[in-house]
Design a protein around this ligand. Structure first.
Ligand code: 1GP
Length: 248
């Protein structure tokens, strides 16, 4: 069995940066999965995240099955809600939307997920999920009916991340939202990184190699990119090899 969290911790310790390709089951055709992964495998991608704010056609499980046939990279669910849980993946980001004040996404969905996860062979990764204003109203914001934290309010972002760590979350995910106009700023990533002990995930609105390097060098341990690959698969070419300075 893949030990997803231990591998993330080891990478963090060694200063090795990780990249997750986010696949939204509503946006990929099953027959395109194998050719998509030929490109993924030529890039520096280390993880596959699967999920979206909605999955009206219940395609998550079928997409995960197709992905598992196409890759040996760890496949981690990044579910918008409990309906997107499938045992066919390797792990699950067990998210709590800590930036919001909607009990549905703080604890209700998690309670509904518990019986599905109890005997599942999925590695559970407790994750504090913090929505940050990416200057565009995102699906996460609409579906969760919560407000993102302003990028200017780095103190609140930091304190929310710390509250997550102190509550026992194993990962903190700073999310500007899929397709964000503004990615999470370098300053915020650095402030959080300098004060947090657990690994830091950053995603939303990262669509160039330069932005990826900025996010890594600011202190993200794992960066998530979805839209940029959906829009232009040649972006994988840009990420064939890249050198990331170790964060100190
Ligand atoms: C969204 O953080 C992810 O949940 C990735 O965002 O689609 O903008 O890359 P993008």
């Amino acid at each position: 069995m893949v030990n997803i969290y231990q591998n993330i911790l080891s990478a963090k310790k060694e200063g090795k940066k990780l990249l997750a390709v986010l696949i939204d089951p509503e946006k990929i055709e099953l027959e395109n999965v194998p050719s998509f992964f030929e490109k993924v495998h030529q890039s520096i991608a280390t993880h596959i995240f699967v999920g979206g704010s909605t999955d009206d056609n219940h395609q998550t499980e079928n997409v995960v099955i197709a992905i598992k046939k196409a890759t040996h990279l760890p496949v981690v669910l990044f579910p918008g809600d409990v309906s997107q849980i499938t045992q066919k993946a390797d792990g699950i980001l067990f998210l709590s939307l800590l930036s919001g004040r909607n009990p549905e996404y703080l604890i209700e969905q998690q309670i509904r997920a518990a019986p599905l996860l109890k005997n599942a062979n999925l590695e559970i990764l407790p994750t504090g999920y913090i929505l940050i204003d990416g200057k565009k109203e995102t699906a996460t914001q609409k579906v969760s009916n919560t407000k993102p934290i302003a990028q200017e309010n780095s103190e609140l972002i930091l304190n929310t991340a710390l509250a997550g760590e102190f509550s026992g979350k194993k990962l903190i995910y700073l999310e500007a939202g899929s397709g964000a106009t503004e990615a999470v700023s370098q300053k915020i990533i650095t402030v959080v990184r300098n004060n947090l002990s657990i690994p830091l995930i950053v995603g939303g609105g990262i669509r160039s190699k330069k932005q990826l390097e900025t996010a890594f060098n600011a202190g993200s341990d794992l960066v998530v990119i979805g839209t940029a690959f959906e829009n232009d698969e040649s972006f994988f070419e840009d990420l064939k090899s890249t050198k990331f300075t170790e964060y100190n």
